[in-house]
Write a protein that binds this ligand. Sequence first.
Ligand code: VG1
Ligand code: CO
Length: 543
Amino acid sequence: MAIKTQATTPIAGQKPGTSGLRKQTSVFMQPHFLENYVQAIFDGIGGVAGKTLVLGGDGRFFNDTASGIILRMAAAGGAKHIIVGRNALLSTPAASHLIRKRGADGGLILSASHNPGGPDGDFGLKFNMPNGGPAPESVTDRIFEATKTITAYQISDQVAPALDTDGTFDLDGMAVEVVDPVADYADLMETLFDFSAIRALFLSGFRMKFDAMHAATGPYAREIFVNRLGATGDSVVNDTPLPDFGGGHPDPNPIWAADLVATMSAPDAPDFGAASDGDGDRNMIMGKGLYVSPSDSLAVLAALMHLAPAYAEGPKGIARSMPTSAAADRVAAAKGICSFETPTGWKFFGNLLDADMATICGEESSGTGSNHVREKDGLWAVLLWLNILAATGKPVTTLLAEHWATYGRDYYTRHDYENVDAAAAHAVYNGLRDKLASLPGQNVDGLVIERADEFAYDDPVDQSRSANQGLRIFFKGGARAVLRLSGTGTVGATLRLYLEQPEPNLQRQAEDPQRALAQLIAAAGALTQINALTGRDQPDVIS
Ligand code: VG1
Ligand code: CO
């Protein structure tokens, strides 16, 4: 045993956000920064002595060094066994699956997800629970408290094993088991979907383009789509994970996945297009010339998921995050099942999934998933779409048009104001919050406000309450504007304005969302004064 106790002092700003702790890489690489936080995680979960943990990340810069440090700290803490993806690579959903499959006591996932990587990018670390899901607020609160009182951390003096070869290695009495990051996950997908129907679809000449954005899903996508499902080799692009994601921004939306949008808009476009984010938990779906908004995707998948073998009985319930559109609620109503509205972040779906109250969950930020793991899952969503396309024989455009004809359409957009001065961002948020009570009855730009509130969530399973989860303005006729402060940014503050409006009339369902929502956008602008207070003319990202 060669365990060193290193004295340290608390480092400010180690409060976990929407999805773990996210900072600029240079901050994470400061002396003791990572070590302090890892020790706080271990202390927050009651120590790691005798425990089995899963470890892996999205392959971004510092992933390898950080993994070595975490292994040495786990060994020092007396952990029994760490299962780590080869080269410390695991997509977030694959890590969730591995925790569940191996009955581990939890997992550490190294990722800043959709944030850019590299020395000038971002880094992140989150802890997942034995159910495979992100730590709930009660646990992240304990971790944060531990960061504020830390005086020392323990670390092994031994060199961590190289992680490029599968097998089990000793590190100061702890077993380090290096595993293939892809196989277990790909096997799980085969149990959920009709692989032979999807294989037949590809054999019939159906073409897809999946953009892994040089991030974690590349090896998974190649194994599943090309090797197991017979898609042609060029169906998967940018599938080598790179430490800086090739200089790109691994966020699958029409702005950052512009290449895919161009491919899918060309005259000879493939039948189906998709992309995923840095750590593989998000998905973007496209048909020929058509971007499927994540809220619509959730609703279509919920409506048709019974076509996939694992979900033949249909969903028990449907859960969406608060800013996600109401489209999924109408599917739940039509099916006579429960719908749930949770705060932003996957951790709030865990209890509903564990209690079997919801089978499918989704977020407007391109996250969709089910009870097969406890994270959102990008490739799962792509496979469910493929399964539905194979089962119906209809193209994406037809499925969406039929969905809107049946359930109505919800025009939807999100406007992000990024890297805003923190004081200005809070002025926008607090300014709107302060006048919530006076809003009902007011007419803004021709829209009448029906009610307004700050969203709080009472978990129906454990009765915990999560307050301050965003401001909601409901207008007569069903339109809604939501304002939130992001919890994943690393520089300044990011404001998100979410806008939606239902359109039941079939004749008016084919408009550009920005045009269809113009009046609501103007009203939200007037109410929040967002441009004036942030000094911006327009949002940085519109999705
Ligand atoms: C964003 C999204 C949220 C998502 C979170 C983590 O959070 O809005 O829906 O769960 O990112 O996604 P925020 O607080 O910035 O709005 V991931 O794929 O970055 O782990
Ligand atoms: Co992600």
